[in-house]
Design a protein around this ligand. Structure first.
Ligand code: C2E
Ligand code: MG
Ligand code: MG
Ligand code: MG
Length: 292
């Protein structure tokens, strides 16, 4: 019986593996077409300065409504894009689209109070020798002020090949582009490395914010103290509750990003929001008052 059972379990395991492999293959096949067919678009999520209650930036996040498979999350298709190499073309598309959009907001005078539009950089893009040329060409084409572009590189990717990445980051910094370390706290960077990196800001990983109030407190307090001692700004990701906002405010966190303030939204929705010139500190007070 035991032997039989083992065989069955193996069969189930194999079937699952095959299903997963097939889904990946379909995602990959669709992804190549999606780039040509306008199935991809960007959402933008606001980042708010906790002290002034003003919008300081937005992060561009890719979205895909696949014709065959329906809406897919970046967590599912970005790894496929990386393994298949499609990420290079896709990453270029994201940079170009975000810079074009930002330049048009900029020309309309809507980015006056904004410090940056952030774009995520994948591991493969960071390794691609043509990246700097691509970025230069895109900035040239769009006429976006270089200082408005911020690139997010995850701590894991950063630490994977520190020497090559420091080299790349220096060149980006020389070009006036801002850099932030995404998902910070999940990797293994030491303070001595951070000190040498040409970066502007750390983004505290949302898993720590999720553990607020409670276990996340010590880690977040430590990250903020370390970042500030190195003259870096700190953004907390995944802020969902007024209690989290209150803790982060008292801990001296500079900026926040999360569903509590705003979900990622379409370019048109963000345009409306930029026109509104909202004071976000009211949102906090109201939400606290409502006991939300
Ligand atoms: P990330 O760069 O850390 O982006 C933050 C993620 O947290 C986004 O997920 C965002 O929608 C989500 N988020 C924001 N606020 C909250 C909140 O309050 N609660 C919760 N639970 N989640 C929140 P999304 O858009 O699904 O993207 C997931 C990841 O996929 C990103 O993580 C990034 O690593 C990658 N990604 C997204 N767009 C791109 C892109 O254009 N290029 C590359 N290379 N990677 C991308
Ligand atoms: Mg910046
Ligand atoms: Mg990011
Ligand atoms: Mg992140």
């Amino acid at each position: 019986y035991a032997k039989h059972d083992g065989k069955n379990r193996y069969a189930v395991f194999r079937a699952e593996m095959e299903q997963r492999a097939q889904r990946r293959m379909r995602i990959e096949a669709n992804l190549r077409r999606a780039l040509q067919n306008d199935e991809l678009y960007l959402h933008y999520q606001p980042q708010i300065d906790l002290r002034s209650g003003r919008l300081v930036g937005v992060e561009a996040l890719i979205r895909w409504n696949c014709r065959e498979l329906g809406p897919l999350t970046p967590d599912e298709f970005i790894p496929v894009a990386e393994e298949s190499g499609v990420i290079i073309e896709l990453g270029r598309w994201v940079l170009q689209s975000a810079c074009r959009q930002a330049a048009s907001w900029c020309k309309a005078g809507l980015l006056d109070s904004l410090e940056h539009v952030a774009v995520n950089l994948s591991a493969c893009q960071a390794r691609e020798p043509g990246l700097m040329d691509d970025i230069r060409a895109i900035l040239e084409e769009t006429q976006l002020p270089h200082g408005l572009l911020e690139l997010e590189i995850t701590e894991g990717v950063m630490m994977d090949n520190v020497h090559a990445n420091v080299e790349l980051m220096r060149r980006l910094q020389e070009a006036g582009i801002h850099l932030s370390i995404d998902d910070f706290g999940t990797g293994y960077s030491s303070m001595s490395y951070l000190k040498r990196l040409p970066i502007d800001q750390l983004k505290i990983d949302r898993s720590f914010v999720h553990d607020l109030p409670g276990e996340g407190e010590a880690i977040i307090t430590a990250i903020i103290a370390m970042a500030h001692s190195l003259n870096l700004k700190v953004v907390a990701e995944g802020v969902e509750t007024p209690q989290q906002v209150e803790f982060l405010r008292q801990a001296g966190c500079d900026n926040v990003q999360g569903y509590f303030f705003a979900r990622p939204m379409t370019a048109a929705q963000l345009t409306a929001l930029l026109l509104e010139r909202r004071d976000w500190s009211r949102r906090t007070v109201m939400a606290l008052g409502d006991g939300a």
